[in-house]
Design a protein around this ligand. Structure first.
Ligand code: AMP
Ligand code: GLY
Length: 423
């Protein structure tokens, strides 16, 4: 089977690595990809903004499955275009992707179907939003969110009325978030333990893929700015089987049911950002794709007999027939190496050395998120999040110690990483 992966981050590199093991794979392509991904897939340049280019490529190359990594092409409706041409896609339709594209849509669904989530109200009018904040119906701290996608920057935790009003102004008046901020969600601040939970959904059936913890802040001890994720870990001890059942029964099933009732069934991976509050899971947000860097720590735990390609194909075809995805008992820790300055301004084009030593260490995997080759053929930095180094071990502690020992071999003064991933 020939497969096309869309994307160019560490998430897509990890997907290529896992798909490459499949006995049913005959050809693997990636667009746009990165040079370092060339050992797993053939890099192709396709204009993703023009869906006809994508469908034409798939028809010409007899691609039987397209896997879309990032949210933007999913939200733009790429899956719909491909499905209309009879091509199997692992990604939801534009209508189902509203779960991520519109927080007010996702929250409305939660309210209607009784999915536990933070108490909230939505506003398009600045005055009404501020009156709501001043009414004290939601206690401080409270959270002001831009309705649309905002690269992790559209969530502002506010401790005072002034902060909340400034957050509302930044979205509804100053339009700092563009269209994404034309509506705001004001919600209760939830206290608990945050978990990224992944479910494979084929329209009707649901299978848990596992969960991971993400480290969103730039610096140790969860200080500094919010980022796309500075690291992750995955192990069988993050949540209990009982909690997994609660998440499926109270959050995932009702959501899938709701989308079916709306006539827009969900296919692909459903990523629930959850807060485990005491013994109850509550939904923070939905994403319609794999988490990055969460999936880099989950995929290495897939059991030897689990063929990821077969699993993804069965999701796309609506024929998911496994009861559970087998994950090994080993633990994994993924450390993101970023350009100094990220998530603010940073340099690119800096030479990175030492990766061949790191890649040769048993139990270590290297995924590229933002690298390229310069004119002389040197590997150089080319983004904010640049590398993902994953360590495996029999415990999170062991995986953590392995990954940080490996990072000693990295020669890139312009890069930084958090020292507490897995703590
Ligand atoms: P989101 O983009 O909605 O996942 O929000 C980004 C981050 O903000 C989440 O990962 C949480 O750490 C935090 N956050 C969002 N909503 C809430 C909430 N209602 N209570 C507490 N923390 C939140
Ligand atoms: N790491 C969080 C995300 O992928 O949205």
């Amino acid at each position: 089977m020939k497969v096309l992966v869309v994307g160019s981050g560490g998430r897509e590199h990890a997907l290529l690595w896992a798909l490459k093991k499949s006995p049913i794979l005959t050809g693997l392509y990636v667009t746009p990809g990165r040079p370092a991904m060339g050992n797993f897939g053939i890099l192709v340049d396709i204009n993703l903004k023009n869906p006809i280019d994508v469908t034409q490529f798939c028809k010409r190359e007899n691609i039987e499955l397209v896997i879309i990594g990032p949210e933007q092409p999913i939200i733009d409706g790429l899956a719909d275009n491909l499905v209309a041409e009879g091509i199997n896609v692992f990604a939801p339709s534009q209508a189902a992707a509203k779960l991520e594209a519109s927080k007010s849509f996702a929250k409305g669904l939660c309210k209607q179907y009784g999915v536990p989530t933070a108490k909230y109200e939505c506003f398009v009018d600045e005055g009404l939003a501020k009156n709501f904040v001043l009414s004290n119906k939601i206690k401080f701290p409270l959270v002001v969110k831009a309705n649309g996608i905002a690269a992790g920057k559209g969530v502002i935790i506010c401790n005072t009325e002034n902060e909340a009003c400034a957050a509302i102004d930044s979205m509804l008046v100053e339009k700092k978030f563009g269209e994404s901020g034309e509506e705001v969600v004001i919600e209760e601040f939830l206290v608990g333990e945050e978990v990224s939970f992944f479910a494979l959904v084929d329209g009707l059936k649901v299978v848990t893929l596992g969960c991971a913890k993400d480290y969103k802040r730039a610096n140790e001890n969860n200080e500094g700015q919010n980022t796309g994720g500075m690291g992750s870990y995955s192990s069988s001890s993050i949540i209990s089987k009982d909690m997994e059942q609660k998440i499926i029964q109270r959050i995932i099933y009702p959501t899938i049911q709701a989308l079916n009732n709306m006539g827009t069934p969900y296919k692909g991976v459903l990523f629930a950002g959850l807060m485990i509050c005491k013994d109850s899971p509550k939904l923070l947000e939905y994403n319609v794709r794999f988490g990055d860097p969460e999936i880099q720590s989950i995929l290495p735990r897939l059991g030897e007999n689990c063929d990821l390609l077969n699993l993804m194909l069965s999701v796309a075809e609506g024929k998911l027939n496994t009861k559970a995805v087998e994950l090994s008992s080993k633990a994994t820790v993924c450390v993101v190496v970023a350009s100094k300055g990220y998530p603010g301004d940073y340099q690119t084009g800096e030479v990175i050395k030492g990766l061949n030593k790191i890649e040769n260490i048993p139990g270590i995997l290297v995924f590229h998120a933002g690298t390229k080759l310069d004119e002389s053929g040197n590997l150089v930095s080319d983004g904010g999040r640049v590398l993902n180094i994953v360590g495996e071990g029999s415990s999170v502690e062991e995986a953590k110690s392995k990954v940080y020992s490996a990072l000693n071999f990295l020669e890139w003064p312009g890069g930084f990483f958090r020292y507490d991933i897995g703590s």
